[in-house]
Structure formats: C-alpha cells, structure tokens
Design a protein around this ligand. Structure first.
Ligand code: P6P
Length: 340
C-alpha cells in the first residue's frame, strides 16, 4: 500500500473536519522543527552541543545546551507562520508572544522542547512533547492565565521521540497515530493508525529508588506487583525505567504498560505537588494515551479534568493500561476515604 505522509494525513484530517488549515500548518511547522532538533541531538559530541548550558531554567534545573537549542528551534520555526498567538515552554518562565512584525493566529502552543535531557550525555532516547490550545477570543497578547485551560480543551497533542528511529505520535482527539521519519526523504510517514494500548499489562515503569518516600497506597500497589505470582496479583511483572518520559510512554504506546511518577515525601517536604509538569508533559501525554484506550490520572483524579492554576505546575502522573491505572487509582481513593 502507498505510504501516507504526515502532509497527506493532515489533509485527510482537514477533509474530515477534525482540524482547520491553521492547526494543520501548526503541526507541519512543529514536525519540521522537531526534525531539526533530531539532527542537533544526533550530532552528539560532534555538534559541540553536549553538556550543560551553564544556566538554570524556571524550574531551577541546570539547562543542557540542547535544551536551549531545542527551545530556540521551536520558537523560531513558529514565529512567522501566522498560526500562533503565543508559545509557552518548560524552558521559559513566561509565555513568548508572537513578535509584532508577524501575523498572529488562534492557537497557543506549549512544549517541553527536550524532555529527558539528562539522558542526552549518555546517549539515551529523549523527546519533544507538545500541546495545542485555542487562544481565547479577543485575546491578542496572551498571558500565562490564558494558557490555564484543562487538558480536555486541547486541540492537539504529540511527542517526537529521538531514538533508533525518530517517531512522531499525534492526536487531534480522533485516535492516536504514529509517524516514522524517513530520513532519506525527510518526511514523516504514517506507520501506525489508531494505536490501541492493551487494557492489562505485566510491565510497570517507576523510579524504585523513591520507594521509601511513597504514600501508603503506592507502597501497597507496587508491593503487590513485586510479589508477583506468589502475591495477590497472581502473576509476575517486569519493570522498566528509562527516566525519559517520552521513551517510557512510547514503550507503553507500543506494547502496553503503566508509568508512575507518584507524589512522595521528598516532593511534599519541599511543598511540591508532583515531579512532572501538567501543561506540557502530563496533559499532552494523557490526551495521547486516552485516545489510544489507556487511562491517565494523578492517582486520585483524571489528569485532563484538572483546572490548571499555574503555567509550570506539577502533578503526580499515573498513565497507561486502563485496568492497571484504575486499580492503582482505586487504592489511593480508597485510602483517602478511609482517612476521612
Ligand atoms: P527521575 C526527565 O527529567 C523527567 O522529567 C521525565 O522525562 C522522566 O520520566 C523523569 O523526569 C525522571 O525522573 O526522578 O527518575 O530522574
């Protein structure tokens, strides 16, 4: 069968009424920017882009040179097309408006330009995560508060994983679909239409070094996974932890599984509300996973129902195979109820 390129897919989606011309252009621009990010990442030491930039981001985390480069690539690519009103990024404290010299569009783009960047220097897969919202009518100079929309209002979400192959996974709310970059031609080609995540799994992803800090329901839930076939679950489980959310989520999108970054005492001791960011990590990944038949909660409520209160707010993330996420969430809700 003749391969379908991303451009053809976007035309199909426009004809189906799922997206408009401006959103189609936005996705094309983001995909092209991610190809450039992939080239920069792929150069490794030869590109002089490994290591730290010597600066910290708004999260107080040391920025890698490639964090800064990837952020610039996405900002520059999206500035002039007239499809955006503003961008927000993990790497910038405040939203960046479209420069006055360019026309503005009706969309807001949020992104983590290079998630998992601590893995770059050890040559482990990293990725770009993005989310698209509608700019509120009449707003010409979007501020942070205009981005604070629940995940259910997302018009599109996607990630690109820079691994052995460069893959784009994308949803507009009508299924989640995977495109593989044909590096010889330079175009993304549809490789999986309508991804489905199995409802059950025997594989979980969590950073076990935090176990002693977890809340009781998480201790109970993971303890049962570790007990395997001799425990209440009656089957053995496998564990993976890449420490690059895009790589862990893509494994789940490919063969099922669950990913957890729960609240723990280390986080709450510092007044934190989670490790991962709601607006440009949890929400887009939740949209993509739900559209593939999976589930995504904070352990207590559906991630996409949350009303955001801050651009860089963090949340606990439970996502993946639906039945497993529902069980882990049930343990937390039940424990909360018991505490009254
Ligand atoms: P830890 C990467 O820094 C990230 O934001 C996610 O990509 C990843 O899942 C998580 O943090 C890893 O956290 O505590 O295991 O290093």
């Amino acid at each position: 069968m003749k391969p379908i390129t991303l451009i053809q897919f976007l035309i199909e989606e426009r004809r189906a009424g799922h997206i408009n011309a401006e959103l189609s252009l936005l996705i094309e621009v983001v995909a092209r920017a991610c190809k450039r990010i992939g080239v920069a990442v792929g150069k490794g030491a030869l590109g002089g882009v490994l290591g730290n930039a010597g600066t910290d981001n708004v999260q107080g985390e040391a920025q890698k040179k490639l964090d800064v480069i990837s952020n610039e690539i996405l900002l520059e690519a999206n500035a002039w097309g007239g499809h955006l009103a503003a961008c927000a990024s993990e790497e910038m404290e405040d939203p960046q408006p479209i420069p006055d010299m360019y026309p503005k569009g009706q969309h807001l783009l949020l992104f983590d330009p290079l998630d998992g960047s601590s893995n770059i220097d050890v040559n482990v897969s990293v990725g770009t995560i993005f989310s698209v919202l509608r700019c509120p009518d009449g707003v010409t100079e979007p501020k942070a508060e205009h981005f604070l929309q629940p995940g259910t209002t997302q018009l599109a979400a996607g990630y690109v994983v820079y691994g052995p192959s460069t893959l784009l996974v994308l949803t507009f709310g009508h299924g989640s679909h995977e495109f593989t970059l044909d590096r010889e031609v330079g175009s993304f080609v549809l490789s999986r239409r309508g991804i489905r995540i199995p409802e059950t799994t025997a594989e979980f992803a969590i950073n076990m070094s935090n176990q002693r800090h977890w809340q009781a329901p998480m201790q109970r839930y993971v303890g049962e996974l570790l007990a395997g076939k001799d425990g209440p679950r009656g089957k053995d489980f496998n564990m993976r932890w890449v420490a690059s959310m895009v790589a862990d989520v893509h494994r789940i999108m490919t063969r099922g599984g669950v990913f957890y970054y729960p609240l723990d005492a280390k986080i709450t001791a510092k007044g934190g509300t989670g490790k991962l960011r709601l607006m440009y990590e949890a929400n887009p990944m939740a949209f993509i996973v739900e559209q593939a038949g999976g589930a995504a909660t904070t352990g207590r409520e559906r991630i996409m129902d949350l009303q955001p209160t801050a651009l860089h707010q963090r949340v606990p993330v439970f996502l993946g195979s639906k039945q497993e996420i529902e069980l882990a969430t049930h343990y937390h809700v039940e424990a909360d109820g018991a505490q009254g």
